[in-house]
Design a protein around this ligand. Structure first.
Ligand SMILES: *Cc1c(COP(=O)(O)O)cnc(C)c1O
Length: 467
């Protein structure tokens, strides 16, 4: 039986000569078609060898094989990393690329990608320059920090700072702040990697000033505060405030570092529901070194920003590891453009998608939800049950999972099709549409859906009903 099937598979060269493949061969490089044929035949061979009932419906006709090859060619020639529609309502969604960029940041990348640029060239002096200079004054102006650099991401920023300042020395951290962020960033592991010795103090729920004070000695290089971005301890708790830690730092001559994580620049009225520490607060409190992410609440590209007292930022800048984790020119251009938008914080709220989505008024979201619902109801012949509902959006998966914001969503079901099947169908649409499942219905949160996305969602659902 298996042998019979295997015998039906054509040889690659014979198959290439089939007139049914001539269109594909005109459109695509021969090497790509050959690769596709090989992969299709390999997959079929494995399927046949595995046997089972699926063989009963195996179609090895030339027409069927050509269709498989054509799909494989599309797969080989299409980008794997591609846009998706975020219907989850999670604004800073780590799996979906965190922040989408402001228009000016996209244009900045475009310019730098198409042309030579002054990445490390001082145009005024006609001499070598530093890549850090492009954002330094901007960050100083916005935050009143003495100095700043940007690196690959916040994990790199923390690793660099700990390595440069505390290698072979002690770093005091509260047990309540030994966090894991996003699966692979764990404070104790990063600490070990940096060569600094972690001195854990206090307990999970309660940390007192004296806990830090008792742990300091002549080997202590840093008092580290880590923002517990992705969980909250409630109940019988206490922590030592940033100003108190700075006071202890001053008294003992030990530097204070604050890993802020989310990087909210200042408290903005319309984002008042976000109970996050701000860069402003930490600078005002006199923290020596602050680190945060570029692509969380800042709303820029993946980056890590280190800012604070010149003495410590300079040590980071000069450390050999800084070269290994340095920021690239595309990221730097997008980061600069994003930061520039903060010069007018009201404008930033509109121009930076992450801030715009988080601060959008209920009425605007409702309007988009109604438009989506109307569009879905009007799909010709479709049998969908469509409702507009109130829901809650989350600020961010890995970053701010606790923050919930009231929102408006469109909830959809298709009689006779299971919700998991329907979800899988819209996910295999091109571009893929990612939605949430709740109470056996698909939920599209209008907060993270753009006007452009409406047509894509409608197209995905139109096709999903026909499958
Ligand atoms: C997100 C986060 C990190 C890691 O930042 P990346 O930019 O993802 O590398 C580190 N520390 C805290 C507190 C965070 O919230």
């Amino acid at each position: 039986m298996k042998k019979e099937y295997l015998k039906q598979l054509p040889a690659v060269d014979d198959f290439l000569a089939d007139p049914g493949l001539s269109d594909l061969l005109t459109d695509q490089p021969r090497a790509v078609v050959v690769m596709a044929i090989r992969e299709v035949l390999d997959e079929l061979r494995l399927k046949i060898m595995a046997g089972g009932t699926s063989l009963d419906s195996l179609d090895l006709s030339t027409t069927a094989l050509i269709h498989l090859v054509s799909c494989k060619v599309t797969q080989i020639t299409s980008p794997r990393l591609r846009r998706v529609v975020n219907g989850t309502g999670v604004v800073v969604h780590t799996n979906l690329g965190r922040s989408i960029l402001a228009e000016s940041a996209v244009l900045a990348i475009d310019q730098v990608a198409r042309n030579y640029c002054n990445l490390e060239y001082d145009v005024e002096q006609g001499a070598r320059g530093s890549r850090h200079d492009h954002i330094r004054d901007l960050i100083i102006g916005l935050t009143k920090a003495e100095d700043a650099i940007a690196v690959n991401n916040n994990a790199a920023a923390v690793l660099l700072a700990l390595t440069a300042i505390a290698k072979d020395k002690e770093v005091v951290v509260s047990r309540g702040e030994l966090v894991e962020i996003g699966g692979s960033f764990r404070i104790p592991d990063v600490m070990r990697q940096s060569g600094a010795r972690l001195v854990e103090v206090a307990t999970t729920n309660k940390t007192h000033y004296q806990d830090y004070a008792n742990a300091t000695n002549e080997n202590t290089a840093l008092l580290l505060k880590v923002h517990t971005s992705n969980f909250k301890i409630i109940g019988f708790t206490s922590e030592v405030s940033v100003p108190e830690m700075v006071a202890l730092g001053r008294e003992t001559g030990i530097a204070v570092m604050h890993d802020l994580g989310s990087g909210l620049m200042t408290s903005i009225d319309s984002l008042g529901f976000i109970d996050e520490p701000t860069v402003d607060d930490s600078i005002k409190a006199g923290v020596d070194l602050i680190t945060f992410s570029g692509d969380k609440l800042l709303g820029g590209p993946q980056a890590g920003i280190i800012l604070g007292k010149s003495k410590y930022v300079e040590i980071c800048r000069r450390h050999p590891l800084a070269r290994a984790v340095r920021i690239d020119k595309f990221t730097l251009s997008a980061l600069e453009a994003t930061l520039r938008l903060y010069l007018d914080s009201q404008y930033a709220l509109q121009a930076i998608p992450t801030l715009r989505m988080l601060s959008e008024k209920f009425s605007g979201i409702e309007d988009r939800a109604q438009k989506l619902a109307a569009r879905l109801t009007s799909i010709a012949g479709a049998r969908y049950d469509v409702k507009v509902i109130t829901e809650v959006s989350k600020a961010g998966g890995g970053a701010l999972p606790l923050i919930e914001i009231p929102t408006v969503a469109v909830s959809v079901s298709l009689p006779g099709v299971s919700i998991n099947e329907l979800e899988s169908r819209i996910r295999s649409h091109e571009p893929p549409v990612i939605a949430r499942i709740k109470d056996d219905r698909l939920v599209f949160d209008a907060r993270t859906i753009t006007m452009d996305d409406l047509e894509i969602i409608a197209a995905a659902l139109r096709i999903a009903d026909r499958e």
